[in-house]
Design a protein around this ligand. Structure first.
Ligand code: FE2
Length: 282
């Protein structure tokens, strides 16, 4: 297994997914969203960087996704479905495309974006993102700005400031079956071309030394002796003893369960292509 990330010469080069891999991804997405009861808590909606998810109210258990998707896209709102299951085949494909171990995949989220609209403000992600483009076209802007190995924490903003001007490094326009990699910490934004676009954003991250240190600190917080008032020397001695004696557990990879694609629901086969094909182009 690779010890670290191998950087290719052109980090934003677009590669093509094998047609059967792209088809498998589309099929997995359609089967997943067809199971609507399991979908409610995984949906997020956003318009031009503004998160609107708390305004969503989904009454019914079944039959709501298709009309809702249609409605939101017509209002220029992007729909995100988090935690699309990751199959063995998809993990292998992503690993091949990114040159990163399949075990490093952390999550797979679906983005459905209406034409001419930008779902998110320029931002960077605290992990490598493999983009698998499934429907329509989308232009990605990659900015010069980077953060050095960012993580999500209270002190770091991964979103560009409002009104901040970011020099553009390159743009990438992708179509169905295209795949490219956004390195960790590189700022980017994207605009869907009319009428809509769909892609999977697949997060890839190894284990990080800092995760162990955080886990240790969190563990220490639960130990009343380590929160006690002591002299500086006594406190230092106890802290050293704790660190020396701490039993680290290796991070278990992969973080996701490799699951078979959800069963096809007979009779009501969902197809995002049908919903998006019916949207007006403008
Ligand atoms: Fe991103």
């Amino acid at each position: 297994m690779a010890e670290g990330l191998t950087q290719s010469h052109d980090p934003f080069a677009v590669s093509r997914l094998a047609p059967e891999s792209a088809k498998r991804m589309v099929d997995l997405v359609n089967r997943t969203v067809a199971h609507e009861t399991a979908l409610k808590e995984r949906i997020a909606i956003v318009r031009q960087g503004e998160r609107l998810t708390e305004r969503l109210s989904i009454g019914q258990d079944e039959g709501w996704f298709r009309p809702m998707l249609n409605d939101l896209l017509r209002q220029g709102i992007s729909v995100v479905v988090n935690d699309i299951p990751i199959s063995e085949a998809i993990a292998e494909t992503v690993s091949r495309q990114t040159n990163l171990p399949a075990e490093w995949i952390t999550q797979q989220n679906l983005y459905i974006t209406p034409g001419k609209s930008q779902g998110f403000d320029p931002h960077c992600d605290p992990h490598v993102v493999a983009v698998a483009h499934l429907f329509g076209r989308k232009t990605w802007t990659i900015f010069e700005k980077t953060l050095d190995n960012p993580v999500y924490d209270a002190d770091t903003s991964t979103i560009a400031g409002k009104g901040e001007t970011l020099p553009v490094r390159t743009t990438v326009t992708v179509e169905p079956g295209d795949c490219f990699v956004i390195p960790r910490g590189v700022y980017h934004s994207a605009v869907a071309l009319s009428p809509a676009s769909v892609h999977l954003a697949i997060g890839v991250a190894g284990a990080r030394p800092i995760d162990y240190i955080w886990a240790m600190a969190e563990n220490a917080m639960h130990d009343s002796r380590l929160r006690a008032d002591r002299t500086p020397e006594a406190a230092l001695r106890d802290a050293r003893d704790f660190v020396r004696g701490f039993a680290f557990e290796p991070v278990a990879l992969p973080r996701f369960a490799r699951v078979p694609a959800p069963a096809d629901l007979n009779g009501d086969r969902f197809s995002f292509e049908d919903v998006l094909d019916a949207l007006p182009s403008h």
